[in-house]
Unconditional design. Structure first.
Length: 176
């Protein structure tokens, strides 16, 4: 394997794992996904554009593989992991741990499109343009999804309702 591939891909692995775990909600599946992504990136390295943005290209591969797995998973029965506990590298206080659980739960309640955009931009620090390339959508769509995701996440974390209030519609026929 050429050294430029390793020099490019190695620093991306922690970010790829983080994004995969946020998408799949399972550490084992996420690690398998990252492995598949890296295998595909190495095998198709010749397809990587020379525009210097291999990071967006690799995230695109990971995102597409994740979406394929998620579509398949909806057709198959879901298996629950026996042990979902992960060792923490830093012990959080009880309050920090609870806040982290609240954020992760709120993220899980976001629609996939909003969660993906939010994670790519807020966590993985991709630009709007890079996120648009990864998700294969226009930059304006990235901006609107990000805005909706941030708003919904804020409402979920503050305990506000995320549903629109019901409107009373008068019946014109009955004069009601």
């Amino acid at each position: 394997m050429p050294p430029d591939i390793m020099r490019t891909l190695s620093p991306l692995i922690p970010a790829l794992r983080r994004y995969a775990r946020a998408l799949l909600h399972d550490a084992w599946d996420a690690d398998d996904l990252v492995q598949d992504c890296l295998e595909r990136a190495i095998g198709r390295w010749h397809q990587c554009r020379d525009d210097g943005n291999a990071r967006a290209w690799v995230f695109t591969i990971l995102h597409n593989l994740a979406m394929t797995r998620l579509r398949r998973a909806t057709r198959q029965p879901r298996m629950l992991p026996i042990d979902g506990a992960e060792p923490a590298s830093i012990r959080a206080t009880q309050e920090e741990h609870l806040h982290c659980q609240d954020v992760m739960s709120a993220l899980a309640h976001l629609p996939d499109e909003q969660r993906s955009v939010l994670l790519l931009i807020a966590v993985e620090d991709l630009s709007y343009l890079e996120a648009a390339k990864v998700l294969d959508i226009p930059v304006g769509t990235v901006m609107s999804r990000l805005s909706r995701a941030r708003d919904r996440l804020h409402r979920l974390l503050s305990g506000e309702s995320t549903r629109a209030p019901l409107r009373i519609v008068k019946n014109a026929m009955n004069g009601e």
